[in-house]
Design a protein around this ligand. Structure first.
Ligand SMILES: Nc1ncnc2c1ncn2[C@@H]1O[C@H](COP(=O)(O)OP(=O)(O)OP(=O)(O)O)[C@@H](O)[C@H]1O
Ligand SMILES: [Mg+2]
Length: 320
């Protein structure tokens, strides 16, 4: 098997690489990826994205849909610089396959590292060479899980009382790639691992507490942080075919009336970005929120002025 420890990373650029991964299908990797990319773009960062899910290509399809929409409607939609890296075909040996995948992936990653503030990599729900390689370059790994104890298997094997018997294959893979990275890039490049609870509203409060409690216990053993993710909302998926997200509804005039649910969803995206614990991201979200607050206040005061002027008009009319 090809060594992953061979290309030392350039440190000149302060790029931050986020890998969204786990080894189970359908837990929300692509949904999280789409919203993280769009959130960072809305905050004014330059973003590159890489899709290494050869089979589904869902993130690539989302951006293709977005390009079509932009071509037709001219909304002025932001785009990342996006690449799809398919698996190698027609090679004789495993080593040839891995060398080919390694070289194509590294060329795109290096290019984005040199030119962008953030690179996001969406991975397939399986353990592939490209997925392992991507994990070994991550500053942050985000692992979405759904709201059930079944998804705990993704992280660790538990006994009937909830004690950890052993880490899962995925947790072992993350551990190994953290080691690969530390060896290649030095101890200072530690990877932060976030486990994100997705589609939460299926559960009642008691069950949520049980799940979060058990996850917190597991987090120390396995070495991740638990962060709250997205609630179950149709608006996270209904605009996929158009390549749009809730953030676009609130930011562009798309002819869709923004609702409280859109605003709550955007707050969930900001919360996820805040959980990266990056000063530049937090500062921009704070500025964004205070601008939003100001425009809300000015809209309120405009409403008041209008109300007052109507009142004065009434008084004037009455006086005449
Ligand atoms: N918070 C959410 N609210 C509503 N629907 C969601 C939410 N998160 C994910 N979904 C939906 O669940 C399905 C699976 O999500 P997604 O494609 O993001 O998972 P994935 O982990 O990327 O899957 P795969 O492993 O197959 O690539 C999609 O139809 C998506 O729209
Ligand atoms: Mg996916």
């Amino acid at each position: 098997m090809l060594e992953l420890v061979n290309s030392k990373r350039k440190m000149a650029n302060e790029v931050h690489v986020i890998v969204v991964g786990n080894e189970k299908g359908g837990t929300g990797k692509t949904t999280s990826s789409m919203h993280i990319v769009m959130g960072l773009l809305k905050l004014g960062f330059s973003v590159g994205s890489i899709d290494i899910d050869s089979r589904q290509q869902s993130l690539s399809n989302f951006f293709t849909n977005r390009e079509y929409t932009e071509g037709e409607e001219h909304y002025g939609l932001e785009m990342p610089e996006h690449y799809f890296i398919p698996r190698a075909l027609g090679k004789e040996t495993v080593e040839d396959i891995e060398r080919d995948e390694h070289d194509r992936f590294m060329r795109k990653l290096r290019h984005l590292e040199e030119t962008k503030d953030f690179v996001l990599i969406d991975t397939p729900g399986s353990n592939t060479y490209l997925a392992r390689l991507a994990h070994s370059y991550s500053d942050t790994i985000i692992t979405p899980i759904n709201d059930s104890f079944i998804d705990f298997d993704l992280l660790a094997k538990l006994d009937r009382s909830g004690n950890v018997l052993r880490p899962s294959l995925y947790s072992e893979m993350v551990w190994n790639q953290r080691m690969v990275r530390a060896q290649r890039d030095g101890e200072s490049r530690a990877t932060d691992w976030l486990v994100l609870c997705n589609r939460l509203s299926h559960l009642d409060a008691k069950n949520k507490r049980r799940i979060f409690g058990a996850l917190e216990k597991l987090s120390d053993r396995i070495g991740f942080r638990v962060v709250s993710g997205f609630t179950e909302r149709v608006i996270y998926r209904e605009m996929y075919q158009k390549g749009l997200t809730v953030l676009d509804i609130l930011d562009h005039d798309l002819g869709v009336r923004p609702t409280l649910s859109h605003i709550a969803a955007r707050a969930e995206v900001w919360d996820l970005l805040k959980s990266l614990r990056l000063d530049n991201v937090n500062e921009r979200i704070k500025n964004f929120e205070s601008r939003a607050q100001e425009s809300k206040e000015s809209a309120n005061s405009q409403d008041k002025d209008e109300e007052n002027s109507y009142k004065n008009n009434d008084e004037l009319q009455a006086a005449i």
